[in-house]
Design a protein around this ligand. Structure first.
Ligand SMILES: Cc1ncc(C[n+]2csc(CCOP(=O)(O)OP(=O)(O)O)c2C)c(N)n1
Ligand SMILES: [Mg+2]
Length: 887
């Protein structure tokens, strides 16, 4: 053959057969490893001589593990099938009954029906609840398969019939079961919220990585523990599902197993009707460096493969698209014979002695415990790579008319006929009438089924899922420990970001707490001046540093260590948030109160990865999110996409998030010190969002007696020199503008104002709402006053509240301050101009604050209106300028 010609030629089949024979002989003699080496050598050689050898990421459309390599199933197949049938029944019956009695309550039955065997093999043979002293495997369940997980717990005797009766009725007298895995709602049961598609997979990857981080840092013992993630095939469309695959292979996470439930359907219809999702995923995962194990066909197909000498069976399998595969299951045996096998005489002949009924029951691999067991077993072997199992299943398996139908995802109850068919197919020993109602069924405690399933779980360390939080003895360093942060900056202009970096640097030296700190950065370390931390504790690198950094002889070189403390995530806020989630729930999952400090561009936090943050809250996550480069006007020179004036609005929506907008480093210190105490010592379920600015200014000493005020959300920072007839509120870097306005007003207009630092409008609002609710519920008792009103008692005049965030941030207090408060904020798109121009544009500079104060006093009849109008001009405020909110 001409080596330079790239034209494809039809192979000579005899020649091919000869080569294959020779190859087979070598493999038989010297083993499969030799076969691999030979192919490698041949491929390399072919490339050297210019033969086009395309990289192939797909293997034939059949099981990865050949039949001859399978080991026998170790469990009692018949008993396990009985158990699985009962679980299937109770899962389906629970949703069915609930929807019969309370139409519209929701629930899913078709997802679990496709997942049952995949989970049951895990429960009976793989999922460890404990490894000696260490907690066991982590399992991320497909969220809407939760009925199956509840149903198993019911058979195990951990959930009662009342619990099932109250599925999705959490608000009834007997607390019920939450729709999906929610640690917030069922804190003794679920650990990992998964049902927001894509968050389970990415969180599982970073969990497996964090496990290694803890091991490599010597904080937990090394165990063969695994992280399992059960993922929907439709779910893999989410960028979060697939976005971090290469991290898992790069980090050699062979503690990670993905099982993709390839039922070929999502909510509306087929996942890849015109293609094959399994092939697509195989190529993507293999390309990302994962071990791929395909479990496509059950043992039912083994004899057919064995008899098919023509190769036409595999060819037929290769050429069918998923839309056709779905149809075969939806339409039944006659159709399978005609449409699938009937295409070629060779394939039709293969099934001539098989009935239509049997044809309809040729199972897919994901419903065959034998094939599943072998795949899981292979995934357990240390391979230096994460494993994905692509298991082909049928959505709505066993649900009669709902099987493999496009509408099956939404199916919540079955017809009497389908219920009856189900009851007979899975041999559920309850009368027909009771079955129609969806009555649960649990055999006696001493029945073989219950004894078997309990024995299996006992062998594997206990029931799953369970969430057990051990008390840890956490000692918060006292505020005195942070004295560097609470003292003035000796006239040096510094930012709260720099102050925070010094604080965390010191904290990492603290003997008890230091090692628990997990600094997490998405490639913004230098932006925040964190080079010194990199030098101090190193960046975590599971392989250590394999090269000499070019800046090695510099003081602050790029230091990577196997036991490095910093998680430098690269440019992925989603990945970073997954690390925050692993670290911030480690107190529960590993029994170690790790403290994440995630520092990032505030614009790319709540707005970009808000859903992941919401799931973190659901998981009872703890720790600190630090929104750096905060403030629409404080971050100068960047522009519209970077300038954040709303993360505090978004953070206020998360119920367990305490949001703070501090102006000075001592405020940051007070918030962090108290945060650690509340989260880790008092075991409160909350986390913190703290804004950090990059504007430099001298930091003052912490004034006496302001600690409570900082935490509450407001304290008087600088009283008026004369009698105050005006109150100025400032937050973050804009507090300085309020202080400048105080001086302008006093000097130029003889108006005296108190200046308050408002560290958290959101905390003040929450307290006020709580007080107000109490008042509403206790009309016969003396009304209590919200903190904000108590604090302002005796103060005079209007309030001008200025913030680098949207006006709706201070407006959170409008129900209590009413028209007394005028808000100035940064509504609208940002610009890349400098601070001075930005603050004038957004009307939050000192001059506008002063002018707005005079204007308001004039409206109240306390300042001459004409003078106020003139003052606008004097202060450089153009009354005819366009509204920045619309600009
Ligand atoms: C982020 C997000 N978007 C949409 C949904 C709504 N939803 C729930 S299940 C589902 C289909 C899931 O399909 P697949 O992942 O294939 O799971 P299957 O039920 O087929 O096993 C959708 C769209 C969701 N839960 N989360
Ligand atoms: Mg699916």
């Amino acid at each position: 053959m001409n080596a330079t010609s790239t034209a494809r030629v039809t192979p000579d089949y005899d020649e091919v057969a000869e080569w294959i024979e020779a190859f087979d002989q070598i493999v038989k003699q010297d083993g499969s490893g030799h076969g691999t080496a030979l192919l490698d050598a041949l491929t390399n050689h072919a490339r050297e001589v210019g033969v086009d050898v395309p990289a192939k990421l797909n293997t034939p459309y059949k099981n990865t593990i050949p039949v001859e390599d399978e080991v026998p199933y170790p469990g009692d197949r018949a008993l396990e099938r009985r158990i699985k049938s009962l679980i299937r029944w109770n899962a389906m019956a629970m949703v069915h009954r609930q929807n019969k009695e309370d139409a519209g309550i929701g629930g899913h039955i078709s997802t679990y029906s496709s997942l049952a065997s995949l989970l049951e093999v895990g429960f009976n043979h793989f999922f460890h609840a404990k490894y000696g002293e260490e907690p066991g495997d982590f399992v991320y369940f497909q969220g809407h398969a939760s009925p199956g997980v509840y149903s198993r717990a019911f058979l195990e005797g951990r959930l009662s019939e009342d619990h099932l009766r109250n599925f999705r009725h959490e608000l009834r007298e007997t607390p019920g079961l939450s729709s999906y895995p929610h640690p917030w709602l069922m804190p003794d049961f679920w650990s990992f919220p998964t049902v927001s598609m894509g968050l389970g997979p990415i969180n599982a990857i970073y969990q497996a990585r964090f496990m290694r981080y803890l091991e490599n840092r010597g904080l937990i013992a090394k165990t063969p523990r695994k992280v399992w993630a059960f993922v929907g095939d439709g779910e893999t469309d989410e960028p979060e599902s697939m976005g971090s695959l290469t991290l898992a292979s790069r980090e050699k996470l062979d503690n990670l197993v993905f099982v993709v439930n390839c039922n070929l359907q999502r909510l509306d219809g087929p996942v890849r009707g015109n293609g094959k999702i399994i092939n697509e995923l195989e190529a993507a995962f293999a390309g990302a460096g994962w071990n791929v194990i395909k479990v496509i066909w059950s043992s039912d197909w083994d004899p057919l493969f064995a008899r098919d000498k023509s190769g036409m069976l595999l060819q037929r399998m290769e050429e069918c698209v998923d839309g056709e595969y779905q149809s075969f299951k939806a339409k039944g045996g006659v159709n399978v014979r005609e449409a699938f096998f009937g295409k070629y005489p060779e394939t039709l002949a293969l099934v001539e002695n098989i009935s239509d009924d049997e044809l309809s029951r040729l199972r897919r691999g994901g419903h065959d415990p034998q094939k599943i067991y072998n795949a899981y077993l292979r995934a357990m072997a240390p391979s230096g790579r994460p494993t994905v199992i692509l298991a082909k299943t049928v959505k709505g398996y066993g649900l009669g008319s709902a099987e493999a139908r496009n509408a099956t995802h939404q199916e919540k109850k079955l017809s009497d006929e389908s219920i009856n068919a189900f009851r007979q197919r899975f041999e559920i020993p309850i009368p027909e009438e009771a079955a129609h109602k969806g009555t649960p069924y649990r055999p006696a405690d001493d029945s073989p089924e219950i004894r078997y399933m309990k024995a299996r779980r006992q062998e594997l360390g206990g029931f799953m899922p369970t969430r057990i939080v051990k008390k840890t003895d956490f000692k918060t360093p006292p505020l005195e420990f942070f004295s560097e942060s609470t003292s003035n900056s000796k006239g040096r202009a510094v930012s709260t970001t720099m102050g925070f970096v010094s604080l965390i640097r010191n904290l990492m030296k603290e003997p008890h707490v230091g090692k628990l700190v997990v600094p997490i950065i998405p490639d913004e370390g230098r932006t925040f001046g964190m080079e010194s931390i990199i030098r101090q504790v190193g960046i975590y690198a599971s392989q250590g540093q394999l090269y000499k950094p070019h800046d090695q002889d510099m003081l602050l070189y790029y230091r990577e260590e196997k036991d490095g403390q910093i998680l430098e995530e690269g440019i992925t806020e989603a990945g970073s948030m997954a690390s925050v989630t692993a670290a911030g729930t480690a107190y529960a999952n590993y029994g170690i109160p790790m403290i994440p400090f995630f520092t990032y561009y505030s614009m790319f936090g709540f707005q970009r990865v808000g859903d992941a943050i919401w799931a973190f809250a659901d998981a009872r996550g703890k720790g600190f999110l630090l929104g750096g480069t905060a403030g629409r006007t404080s971050l100068s020179g960047e522009g519209l996409q970077h300038q954040d004036g709303h993360s505090l609005v978004l953070s206020s929506t998360v119920p367990t998030c305490a949001s703070y907008d501090p102006a000075y480093v001592y405020e940051v210190a007070v918030i962090i010190q108290d945060g650690m105490r509340r989260m880790y010592e008092k075991n409160e379920n909350l986390f913190y969002y703290i804004t950090l600015y990059n504007e430099d200014y001298p930091m003052p000493d912490m004034p006496e007696g302001c600690r409570e005020g900082i935490l509450r959300g407001i304290y008087k920072f600088k009283a008026a020199a004369g009698k105050a007839t005006l109150q100025l509120f400032g937050s973050g870097a804009i507090l300085n503008e309020a202080l400048r306005a105080q001086a302008i007003l006093a000097e130029k207009y003889n108006v005296h104002a108190d200046v308050w630092s408002v560290t958290s409008y959101n905390q003040l609002r929450r307290e006020a709402l709580e007080t107000e609710r109490w008042n509403r519920l206790h009309p016969a008792e003396a009304a209590k006053r919200p903190e904000i009103l108590k604090v302002l008692e005796g103060t005079e005049g209007p309030i001008i509240a200025a913030t680098d965030y949207m006006k709706s941030v201070p407006d959170q207090l409008a129900p209590w301050l009413g028209t007394r408060m005028v808000t100035l904020g940064t509504d609208g798109f940002g610009r890349s101009d400098n601070r001075q121009h930005l603050r004038r544009h957004f009307e939050v500079n000192a001059e506008t604050i002063a002018a707005s104060a005079l204007s308001q006093l004039a409206r109240l009849g306390k300042f001459d209106a004409k003078k106020a109008q003139k003052a606008l001009g004097e202060l450089g405020v153009n009354p005819e300028k366009g509204d920045p909110a619309k600009a």
